[in-house]
Ligand binder design. Structure first.
Ligand code: CMC
Length: 432
């Protein structure tokens, strides 16, 4: 049996044999299929990339039908149970778990790059008091490129590495500062004695000169949420990271672009939308009426559905289990009951079953963040912090891949045919 695909073009009667590798054909091979010398060849049309692989990757594997997620081959459930976020970050970037010595050096590098230039603070001060923290985050990450002009030299592996440390280390600081700015509280500088997640809690919530000691369960819960959000193969923001990075701009600009993509309500902004939705529903008895509105197409059930997962998102399952531990430390959320009832009813309804709509990572994460006292508008920022490592791993992989060039999709042009310029208003200066 040959690993090829035979295509007969019924327009010309000609037959073509295209190689099949990794269950894919190369879209470029379709260009051979022409109707004549004037024809530039067949293209594939795939609005929104629903069935197009844009790269070869060795980082994250998802089987959406079976609800499987693996980083570098390791099941997400095992990483969630046994690993820490910084270890997972190392794994995503380097392909292997670190040895003790590698981990120590890696954690040292991250911990010692957490400070930001004082001018960054001044820049953040200029935002309006009610600016959305994600807007501040996106802009400030972009501004970092002006502080590290050498970052433009993306061909130098050591310089590339330095920007990776900087970005992973500084995104929690920028995130916390954007929150402190929005509530008019003084910025809290990083504490190198704390873990990555513990330090974020410290910079967010420290209120007096007394040392801040994060609650260990909440610190672990945040670290776990970071592991679950670290990478998710070619999603919208990662595609933005690769697309923007393919022009060879510096990684700060790329991460700013990816963060902007993440902010949208259909992507990382969804957990913020879930909380708004749960608050609007308000109580368990109002759930059936809301489900009726979803089925009528009036609203979406936020936190449900996924382009890739057509079964339960494995991340949602881990988060749902963790929610109970977190609520033992914090006050139980009255909205958890609403969420559980929404899930219970939705999973029985044909509308959701037939469309394979299940809870995704955002359905329960917002409730946990809220219980930990993170305000709703910080949710996308909390997604951007860990996803920074996924973006960087994918960016680095793209730059090292000799097959990758500047991203430039084609289009099917259906606009006006060539036509002569014919003014439809009086020429400027004619007095009419
Ligand atoms: N509520 C109600 N109906 C839905 C939903 C939903 N959340 N999601 C999809 N559908 C319906 C949709 O109306 C369509 O129905 P029909 O075939 O009758 O027109 C069908 O399911 C397929 O939907 P789609 O919009 O074509 O699917 P997609 O793959 O383009 O969209 C999605 C994926 C995640 C954008 C979508 O499911 C959605 O909007 N979900 C709510 C937002 C959300 O929770 N986003 C977070 C995604 S997970 C975090 C991340 O990785 O970013």
């Amino acid at each position: 049996m040959a690993d090829t695909l035979t295509i007969t073009d019924n327009r010309t009667g000609r037959t073509y044999e295209l190689p099949v590798e990794h269950n894919a054909i190369r879209a470029k091979d379709l260009r051979k299929i022409t109707t004549g010398p004037e024809d530039t060849g067949l293209t594939s049309y795939d609005a929104s990339f629903t069935n197009t692989a844009s790269c070869v990757s060795r980082i994250t594997y998802i089987d959406g039908d079976r609800g499987i997620l693996r980083y570098r081959g390791y099941p997400i459930e095992q990483l969630a149970e046994k690993s820490s976020y910084l270890e997972v970050a190392y794994l995503l970037l380097n392909g292997e778990l670190p040895t003790e010595e590698q981990y120590r050096s890696w954690a040292w590098d991250i911990t010692h790059h957490t400070f930001v230039h004082e001018n960054i603070k001044k820049l953040m001060d200029t935002f309006h008091h009610d600016a959305h923290p994600m807007g501040i985050f996106v802009s400030t990450v972009a501004a970092l490129s002006t502080f590290y002009p050498e970052a433009r030299n993306i061909a130098d592996p050591q310089l590339r590495r330095n920007q990776v440390f900087r970005l992973i280390a500084k995104v929690p600081t920028i995130a916390a500062f954007s929150y402190r700015h929005s509530i008019g509280m003084p910025y809290v500088y990083p504490n190198n004695d704390l873990s990555y997640a513990g330090n974020l809690l410290h910079m967010m919530f420290r209120t007096t000169e007394e040392p801040y000691r994060p609650n260990q369960i909440l610190e672990r819960a945040l670290d776990l949420l970071f592991i679950l959000h670290a990478d998710h193969e070619q999603n919208c923001s990662t595609n933005a990271m690769r697309g923007v990075g393919s022009s060879h701009v510096d990684p700060f600009s790329c991460v700013a672009a990816a963060s902007a993509a993440l902010w949208g309500p259909l992507h990382g902004g969804a957990n913020e939308e879930v909380l708004k939705m749960l608050a609007e529903i308000g109580s368990v008895d109002r759930v059936p009426a809301f489900i009726r509105r979803v089925k009528a197409g009036e609203v979406r059930l936020m936190g449900f559905g996924h382009r890739i997962y057509k079964s339960y998102d494995p991340r949602a399952r881990i988060i749902k289990d963790m929610a109970h531990q977190v609520f033992q430390v914090t006050r139980p959320s009255p909205l958890l009951e609403v969420a559980l009832e929404l899930e219970r009813i939705a999973l029985q309804e044909d509308y959701f079953i037939s469309r394979k709509l299940y809870p995704n990572v955002d359905f329960y994460s917002g409730l946990i963040y809220q219980a930990m006292r993170f305000p709703t508008d910080m949710f996308p920022v909390l997604f951007a912090i860990p996803r920074t490592v996924g973006w960087l791993a994918q960016w680095d992989e793209m730059l090292s891949d000799p097959e990758q060039k500047i991203a430039r999709p084609r289009q099917i042009y259906l606009g006006a045919e060539a036509r002569e310029y014919a003014p439809r208003r009086a020429p400027a200066g004619s007095g009419k």
